[in-house]
Write a protein that binds this ligand. Structure first.
Ligand SMILES: [Zn+2]
Length: 854
């Protein structure tokens, strides 16, 4: 059944307070909810409950006969409640057999919860909707073999129950919805630290991990402290409890969850040091720790009225964590990496059968809306508004937002209104970005004039499966000009006087012209448009390759330097895929100039050498043949590897020195990958020896360079990596990934072998993603095999996964639905595979995804 945003109705009762009593036994768990209610409307009041056995229901102490229980499909539908009353339910749930990993479940001997968005209803009867916020008091009781009994807020009391059980009582003074509830019961090791807030509150920081793993928590702990400080410095937001806890669990559907004061993390995003995690992994840990911490204000203190507003907390918090990472590292490198993700994951979604605006109008299963659109495009929309208001204006807006809405559940419109009111600006045009799906195209063409240039800008939003309006949107366009000498040219807009290096235009109509006049004697100038990727659009311009090379070498905007290289590489790969000969030397010369530019960071150089991924290439060609694009991409890597042979040899020579810092490691591994692609014997030998390195960035970099190589070094390196790490479950995920992404060795038979490996656990989402997810995304020739064998294999696996874990099955099915851009035979094969999934799908989650595609 579809739910519509327009159908929102407030709950008919306020919950003044909630008491939870959770009592865990080996074969069942009892959960009592005690809700103090105040009636504010006449609708029935729904206590959601799913897969629960109700044992008792009472209203104001009066126990109802089982025959009088108001059981509905969704839970208990209470009618005719007194103006004020206390409703109590006692129910039973079964974490020990819960494989969906929603609600309360067992992971590696530890009980933990995942409630967002609608998991609480699998724990106890409760109004499980984000706009019902209340103060929770939680009592947890379990056997003494579980020393930790954790929940949100502050620990009030602990005690014994008989000889072999104990309890803990927690109180969270901050009102919150049920999706932010958490509890953890286990036998865990603790890493502890402290943080003092700007106003002097001393906060205990606790990270709980499986036994023997505390030595791997240092990076996460430091990341947490940096996040706390940054939010104070940047937004004036302090932490608001005396205790902040993080628990790492091995069975987790997502990255992490921001439960109030008790964040629960996928262990791969907590346990990381340079010997087991790459520099990229460490940066991801830092950004996820920051993201979940930032939710304490953007999401927890001010939350979403309903799940249609998910981007209110996610778009804003992703924007905040992106800015944090840019401040901790380098802005240009960070922006290139964020935009790479947007183009690879969100742009294809916006063109697919599951396209939706960042604030959807309807859904069948809300689990399916934790998407790149809601998160990453949502962050881009916040970024545009922040850019439009400027740093101080945006801060005024967020200050007003927290002042107005602290402790409330609100909408995206409330957020935009706070930004507008605090700055006395009309922001109404930005609402279109919330309601329209599809990636707009921004077309830019030039008309040269004696003293300057006129730019014609036009925007168009394509038709999408979402069928939303396609009105012109406000598109901020940052731009400048680069002269023939490589220096920025100062220009002024026709009719204005002050000449500038850079302009910000706001295109808010379908088309407009802007005339720029260069300073006297400036000569020909190359436009550098959409600097910093100032809007989430597809840019179509009229630059020639030599002009892009000019920008790649000289642009003062680092993002556009990186992007010029991406565009040139994309063009070369498309030509190769179309069977054309490509002169690689001009591009190689561009890379040589980048490599030799002492002003650039090694991280940036490495990012420039990273060729666009398959998803980006597919979007640039219709119909796309993914296997041909994969081969062409390998072909360009090989040509560049030959053309840059002396740079690669020099890097291998300087390996010891480069390995000493993150930028050097990124550049070294990138260059070695080019050398291996070119079949260079020295590069292959270097990659093979890197695999044995003690630093994981170097080790994984060597392995990754080899996985598509026919050389015997590939199998030897994989075996060596396996033998070294077979006892380390998290590092083994890297090995599974590399095995299954290998276009040489990652056959369907090999996937079967991997899933029989003792380190594989079919109930663990990380392991499923490491083998099957990596195959779909990383092994293009295998997954997109022309005979359809990859599709039908995956279809059968997804049906099996759906029986245990619908959320994971639905998310992993998405690449199967991205078929519109492929040739007809491939589309037919994908459709047949989807029909297999549809016939076997048990869950709403999976059915919704497949139905949209079919
Ligand atoms: Zn989030």
């Amino acid at each position: 059944m579809l739910k519509y945003r327009a159908d929102y109705r407030p709950a008919s009762c306020k919950v003044i307070s909630a008491g939870l009593d959770i009592s865990i036994f080996d074969d069942r768990t009892f959960v009592t909810t005690t809700l103090e209610l105040e009636r504010i409307g006449d609708d029935p009041f729904l206590l959601n409950g799913r897969e629960l056995t109700l044992h008792e229901l009472s209203i104001d102490g009066r126990v109802l006969d089982e025959a009088d229980w108001p059981v509905s499909e969704a839970g208990l539908s209470l009618e005719g409640l007194p103006a004020k009353c206390v409703v109590r339910t006692r129910a039973e749930c079964h974490p020990e057999s819960n494989t969906a990993l929603e609600g309360l479940y067992l992971s590696g001997g530890m009980y933990c919860t995942q409630c967002e968005p609608e998991g609480f209803r699998r724990i106890g009867f409760f109004p499980d909707r984000p706009d019902v916020m209340t103060v929770f008091t939680v009592r947890i009781e379990a056997g003494r073999q579980f020393p930790q009994l954790l929940s949100n807020g502050n620990l009030v009391e602990t005690g014994e129950v008989g000889d072999d059980r104990h309890y803990a009582l927690w109180h969270d003074p901050h009102p919150k919805p049920s999706y932010l509830f958490a509890c953890v019961v286990g036998d865990l090791d603790l890493a502890a630290d402290k943080f003092t807030t700007a106003s002097g509150r001393e906060v205990d920081l606790h990270i709980y991990v499986e036994t023997g793993n505390t030595h791997l928590t240092g990076h996460a702990m430091e990341s947490l402290k940096r996040s706390m400080k940054w939010d104070e410095d940047t937004y004036g937001l302090e932490y608001d409890l005396d205790l902040f806890q993080i628990v790492a669990v091995s069975h987790f559907n997502m990255g992490a969850m921001e439960n109030k004061g008790l964040n629960i993390f996928n262990s791969k995003f907590v346990l990381a040091d340079p010997s087991t995690a790459t520099d990229e992994d460490l940066d991801r840990v830092e950004s996820i720790v920051a993201h979940e911490y930032f939710h304490n204000w953007t999401g927890n203190r001010v939350t979403c009225r309903d799940w249609f507003q998910l981007t209110l907390k996610e778009g804003l918090t992703v924007y905040r964590d992106q800015c944090f990472s840019a401040d901790m590292h380098d802005e240009g490198v960070q922006r290139a990496s964020d935009v790479s993700l947007l183009r690879a994951a969100q742009f294809p979604e916006d063109a697919s059968p599951t396209a939706h605006p960042i604030r959807p109008e309807s859904y069948r299963e809300i689990n399916n809306f934790y998407t790149p659109t809601v998160y990453e495009k949502g962050a881009e929309v916040i970024r545009m508004m922040a850019g439009y208001l400027g740093r101080d204006g945006f801060r005024r807006g967020t200050d007003l937002y927290f002042e107005r809405h602290d402790g409330n559940a609100v909408t995206c419109d409330d957020f935009v209104a706070a930004l507008a009111d605090a700055n006395d600006r009309d922001m109404s045009a930005f609402h279109g970005w919330y309601s329209q799906a599809g990636t707009p195209t921004l077309s830019v063409s030039r008309r040269a004039e004696a003293d300057g240039v006129t730019l014609s800008l036009a925007q168009a939003t394509p038709e999408t499966a979402a069928g939303t309006p396609r009105e012109p949107l406000p598109v901020p366009v940052r731009l400048g000009f680069i002269g023939a000498d490589g220096q920025p040219v100062r220009t002024h807009l026709d009719g204005e006087n002050d000449a500038r290096d850079e302009h910000v235009l706001l295109l808010d109509s379908a088309a407009a012209e802007f005339r720029f006049v260069g300073e006297a004697g400036s000569g020909p100038m190359t436009p550098s448009v959409l600097r910093g990727f100032s809007a989430p659009v597809r840019l179509v311009d009229d630059l020639a390759d030599d002009e892009r090379l000019h920008l790649m070498t000289h642009d003062s905007d680092l993002f556009n330097r990186w992007d010029a290289a991406q565009m040139l590489a994309t063009g070369a790969i498309l030509s190769l895929a179309g069977g054309e000969a490509v002169a690689v030397e001009p591009l190689a010369a561009g890379y040589r100039r980048i490599l030799g530019d002492a002003a650039l960071l090694d991280e940036f150089k490495a990012g420039t050498l990273r060729l666009p991924g398959i998803a980006v290439l597919e979007a640039a060609r219709a119909p796309a043949d993914p296997v041909a694009l994969f081969s062409a991409r390998r072909g360009l890597l090989a040509s560049l590897g030959r053309a840059l042979a002396s740079e690669i040899a020099a890097a291998i020579e300087a390996r010891g020195q480069m390995a000493g810092h993150a930028g050097g490691r990124a550049l070294l591994t990138q260059l070695v990958e080019l050398g291996v692609a070119a079949g260079d014997a020295d590069a292959i030998a270097a990659a093979a020896s890197m695999v044995a390195d003690r630093n994981m960035t170097i080790s994984q970099g060597g392995l990754k360079a080899l996985i598509h190589s026919e050389d015997a070094a590939r199998e030897q390196a994989l075996q060596a990596f396996h033998d070294r790490w077979q006892a380390d479950s998290l590092v083994m995920e890297k090995w599974f990934q590399m095995e299954s992404m290998s276009s040489v060795g990652g056959t369907l038979d090999r996937l079967e072998e991997l899933m029989q490996h003792p380190g594989f656990d079919p109930k663990n989402p990380n392991k499923i993603r490491a083998v099957l997810g990596a195959f779909m995304i990383g092994n293009t020739p295998g997954f997109h095999a022309a005979d359809g064998s990859g599709y039908s294999y995956m279809a059968n696996r997804l049906v099996e996964i759906d029986k245990r874990n619908p959320q994971i099955a639905a998310r992993m099915a998405l690449p199967m639905t991205r078929m519109a851009n492929y040739d007809q035979p491939r589309q037919d094969l994908m459709r047949a595979a989807l029909a297999t999934i549809r016939a076997g799908a048990a869950s709403n989650d999976l059915k919704e995804v497949v139905d949209k595609a079919l």
